[in-house]
Design a protein around this ligand. Structure first.
Ligand SMILES: [Fe+2]
Length: 278
């Protein structure tokens, strides 16, 4: 068996142990297989490292997979949770919990063994799925009103390990720009600014604690939807960090009901598994 086949088998085994049916990732996984066909992982790994754990591909997903995401994003419009933090953020979000219920194709794409194996080659890390109670594991972000944006930030990891962000362009009828600064946490390299307006089907990958970034404000009549996937190297999170993370998600993204109901269900489920009384 080739090294690549062994790696893919190991990732599939990981997915199964995380409760994913073998056939569930079939169609999205095949789409990822087509996406990866012409890409040179060694060259992209070099590009990723040279850019301080950042990679942008203007064309990634095949057109049919992108169309599935566009249809899903449109179907989920009534489920969008709007948030506004003065001076920092305005926009809408749909969490993984809603996606699981209504658009499981996205969840299957997130769990694609081929995608995870490829991300591991690029990042050089062994990746794991985010825990079931993390609403950011896969989520859609909607910019549909004038002034929707997010200010400069890092995708800070509240986990014990690293947190990687994948952004996939879904809909972009907007003037919004993803602005970023490379190497801000590397004392040996000067900061390097950059900007992309990533179209449907494009991919952005970065280490959340290394890329300082923002999305500029949308204008009247514009629509922009992007899909985010989050992978971690260690899914353990200390309780006080869990509390901070939940508060941030409730206020800035998905609402208290969604975040804390799921967190409570997860805590009760965990207690039952270990034989404790909830
Ligand atoms: Fe971010």
């Amino acid at each position: 068996m080739s090294v690549q086949a062994e790696e893919e088998q190991a990732v599939t085994a990981n997915a199964r142990s995380a409760g994913i049916e073998a056939g569930a990732a079939g169609v999205p996984d095949a789409a990822i297989g087509r996406a990866l066909g012409d890409l040179d992982p060694a060259r992209l790994r070099d590009e990723y490292v040279n850019q301080g754990s950042f990679l942008y591909l203007s064309e990634f997903l095949p057109a049919d997979a992108t169309q599935r995401l566009i249809d899903a994003a449109n179907a989920l419009m009534p489920e969008v949770n709007r948030n506004f933090i003065p001076g920092h953020k305005a926009g809408g979000s749909v969490s993984r919990h809603t996606i699981d219920r209504l658009q499981p194709y996205i969840a299957e794409l997130y769990r694609s063994p081929k995608l995870i194996a490829w991300l591991e080659k690029i990042t050089g890390d062994k990746l794991q799925l985010s825990p079931e109670d993390d609403p950011h594991a896969y989520a859609l972000y909607y910019y549909t009103r004038a002034g929707d944006h997010i200010g400069w930030h890092y995708d800070t990891s509240y986990y014990d390990g690293r947190r990687y962000t994948v952004l996939l362009g879904v809909i972009d009828d907007s003037s919004c720009i993803l602005d970023y600064e490379l190497h801000t946490r590397d004392e040996n390299k000067p900061d390097e600014p950059g900007a992309v307006q990533y179209p449907p089907g494009a991919l952005v990958l970065f280490d959340g604690d290394k890329l300082r970034h923002r999305v500029t404000a949308s204008r009247e009549g514009e629509v922009r939807v992007s899909l985010t996937f989050e992978y971690v190297t260690n899914p353990n999170m200390r309780p006080w960090r869990r509390f901070i993370s939940n508060m941030k998600d409730a206020i800035a993204y998905f609402g208290f009901r969604q975040v804390f109901r799921k967190a409570l269900q997860s805590a009760i489920g965990g207690a039952r598994k270990t034989g404790e009384r909830a």
